[in-house]
Design a protein around this ligand. Structure first.
Ligand SMILES: *Cc1c(COP(=O)(O)O)cnc(C)c1O
Length: 495
């Protein structure tokens, strides 16, 4: 029996895994969720003797039930290969009383590679399985890292085009350079005069426009999404939490069935939702610690049960988390509303209309797995400086938010369970903010002088992703107003 995926906004809209991946977003703006979260069917002991790729298969086969073993293994082996600079794909290293789970060893040095290196294979396999004839247009909004990872994943993949919208004034210099130097005949990168929420809202609007869908179909195109609203992004992210747990077990750092905490620097709520799904699958996880930057909507939500985006959008040193509408929270809301799509839709409509919603006390009780807190800009810089001074280890700004929040959690609760902190980017991607946190006198140097200095003080080799953009020519120049996003897409597709 295939696992059924259902829209969070309409009980009646269902899909198989491959159909949900192809479609990206359900109708009426809903998200696809599996009808139930499957339980792991291998023992932790067995899993602890497997490679990353083998664990990936054991986890993903439970969700992508309409893929054959051969198809899924082909996707996994094509994605998790030498594009990663470590054979274990991720690294789990003890630093300052916690384990740092380095998820940035892929081609674009952010954790987005974990899912976006496999998504093109999942998507093209899904297209084949469903006899899709149209060319697939991947429409993506990015706060900085998804864009480059998706471009790298889809560049020159036959049967696809990829269009990325990013906030022109809201990403780091290295992030922008990575995107606008992207090669590939089928790649399009556009800066918008707006923030990430504007980009994401514009993209979601195009997805839900039936007239546009018709025009596209007639011209031989259909949309799909590389954002974490696509279930094909979420499922591969569950893997590294399972892999981390069984690695700790294999090393003898935890006892069988011992519970761990997981800390995740959070923006769109995709990564932490994957950790929650891992817990629902039976992984012994206690607290899921949700770390926000100064855009602390989620901290307020966990504290009060009220989600309220009516506040200034703050540009921080952790731009990939500068988000006020965390799309994937909808999947959690749907679950704690008892999988009631009507109730969920009411709340989401309220969010669209008023910019806020309030959950019931019953629903709040079901959030006890989560703890939320946030780090100010000053807290974040302090976490980077202190980690460097005590261990000689350099954190990126997003991971530093998580480290700072974990310290607050420990002080508040005294909970000293073994803890894994998701490290979502290499410090090389946010060199200026990182180096300034360590020593403000670095401020007069150029971006690439700072790269060389970071290499000197950390002893970490400069990643290929950075070497590649040192002298790469800029290939994408388009900038547009938020309201012109659809026009730009039509122009690209010749509609
Ligand atoms: C995308 C991103 C995040 C936020 O992850 P979500 O899944 O959107 O919550 C955190 N850190 C970095 C470096 C990212 O690129």
């Amino acid at each position: 029996m295939d696992l059924i995926y259902r829209s969070t906004r309409n009980q009646k809209e269902t899909a198989t895994a491959s159909q949900a991946i192809l479609k990206g977003l359900a109708d009426q703006g809903g998200l696809f969720v599996p009808d139930m979260i499957p339980r792991l069917d291998r023992s932790f002991d067995e899993l602890s003797r497997m490679s990353y790729q083998q664990v990936a298969y054991e986890v993903m086969k439970l969700f992508l039930t309409d893929f054959t073993e051969e198809e899924l293994k082909y996707c996994i082996d094509s994605a998790y290969d030498t594009k990663f600079d470590t054979s274990s794909i991720v690294e789990l290293i003890p630093r300052d009383g916690a384990y740092i789970l380095e998820l940035f060893h892929g081609a674009t040095i952010a954790f987005k590679d974990m899912a976006l290196s496999i998504l093109p294979y999942l998507l093209t396999t899904s297209a084949r399985k469903n006899q899709v004839k149209n060319e697939i247009v991947i429409l993506t909004a990015t706060s900085g890292d998804t864009g480059k990872a998706a471009l790298a994943g889809f560049a020159d993949v036959p049967g696809t085009k990829i269009i990325v919208f990013y906030p022109k004034h809201g990403v780091s210099p290295i992030q922008e350079k990575q995107m606008i130097t992207q090669r590939g005949e089928n790649t399009y990168v556009i800066g918008i005069e707006g923030n990430f929420d504007d980009a994401q809202t514009g993209v979601k609007k195009m997805f839900s426009d039936p007239d546009l869908a018709d025009q596209m179909d007639q011209a031989g195109f259909q949309f799909s999404s590389a954002n974490s609203i696509n279930i094909g992004r979420l499922v591969p992210q569950i893997v590294y939490y399972v892999y981390s747990y069984v690695s700790l077990l294999g090393r003898g750092d935890i006892l069988p069935e011992e519970k761990i905490n997981i800390v995740v620097p959070t923006g769109n709520f995709g990564n932490i939702l994957a950790a929650y799904y891992a817990k629902c699958m039976g992984l012994p996880v206690d607290k899921l610690i949700c770390a926000s930057n100064e855009n602390k909507v989620l901290f307020d939500f966990f504290g009060t049960g009220s989600y309220d985006r009516n506040r200034p959008f703050i540009l921080t040193s952790s731009p990939s988390m500068d988000i006020l509408i965390s799309s994937n929270l909808e999947r959690l809301i749907y679950q704690i509303a008892g999988r009631d799509s009507e109730k969920n839709k009411e709340l989401m409509d309220h969010l669209t209309r008023e910019g806020s919603y309030q959950i019931t006390d019953d629903m709040r009780e079901k959030l006890s797995d989560f703890y939320g807190n946030y780090a100010s800009e000053e807290d974040t810089a302090k976490a980077i400086r202190e980690m460097y001074q005590t261990c000689g280890y350099v954190l990126d700004t997003h991971t530093a938010v998580a480290v700072s929040v974990y310290k607050k959690y420990k002080e508040e609760t005294g909970d000293d369970k073994v803890t894994v902190i998701a490290s979502t980017a290499s410090p090389y991607k946010f060199t200026r903010s990182v180096m300034n946190a360590i020593d403000p006198s670095y401020n007069d140097k150029t971006d690439f002088e700072l790269v060389d200095e970071l290499c000197r003080i950390s002893g970490v080799k400069i990643p290929q992703a950075i070497e590649d953009i040192r002298s790469a020519p800029v290939l994408h120049h388009t900038v547009c107003e938020t309201e012109d996003m659809c026009r730009e897409v039509k122009k690209i597709l010749g509609l």
